[in-house]
Design a protein around this ligand. Sequence first.
Ligand code: GYE
Length: 327
Amino acid sequence: MTAKSLNSLKGVLVVVSLFLLSSCQKAEKAPAPKDALIMGFSQIGAESAWRIRNTQSVQEAAEQAGIQLIFANAEQKQENQIKAIRSFIAYQVDVIAFVPIVVSGWDNVLQEARKAGIPVLVTDRKIESDESLYAGFIGTDSEKEGREAALFLLDKFAGRKAGDMIRIAEFSGTVGSSVADGRAKGFRDSIEKEPGFEIFYSESGDFMRSKGYELMRTLLENRPRIDALFSHNDSMTLGAMDAMREAGLRPGKDIAIITIDAQQKAIDALNAGEVNCVIECNPNQGPLIMDIAKQLVAGGQAPRFIHVDEAVFREGDDISILPPRGY
Ligand code: GYE
């Protein structure tokens, strides 16, 4: 055997062992069977701890269900989501699921999926398109979350003196998203009919901690009286709390705080008396999404709207038995 042929044999061996290594690693992860159903999933991005848990839930549930997942992260851009969905169609996946960053602008791409005969599940956030363009929705009931926030405030300030005005600042989520619209609507529907409550400030913090911090810092510059903060998610709340502390204010005491998501840090803040009410928004939607996807691919139908279970945690509640949140 010449030195040259020995070298090329070595090369082959390296390639073969790399191949074996990679197939062993895959085997440990229990790869989906060859005829596994393929799902294309378009996620918004990773703007919050909630979103990161939502992604994990989808990935874990797909693996458990033996579904092969083609996962695309849109980095907060609708155009990236549309591109991803188009590539799923070109790839001829069995089913598509996506989290629509905003409510509008989906009709064309959904028509393309329909033409290709691929069922589509809308998850987490809702869309405004004609309902015949998608198979069903699985996600949160954001109007209910907004109503719960209002009910807590009505109760907390029930003892206010006649003529007193409770001044509320609202930090809302991504403009044009169904969850920001729903939370704002549910909140207003319940609070606006009550005298003595005023939403004196409402701005979008895009569901991001850094923006929650910026909004609160700017808001506090003129030292307005703020009785309560209604924040559409925990990430913005945590940022706002940092700004309150920097301004010498005690979160949960000088300003009442109502927040949505129920990530571990918000529950810890509730325990510490720094947050007054936490409304759970359930990110663990993966198992339901996989179940419904399987039904659809088998030729069945999906329920039109499935809202996942959610709880409300208030100051004074015994939440010591609550298991760790995992996000
Ligand atoms: O509340 C927030 C996020 O769409 C329900 O998006 C979701 C929201 C959630 O990033 O934290």
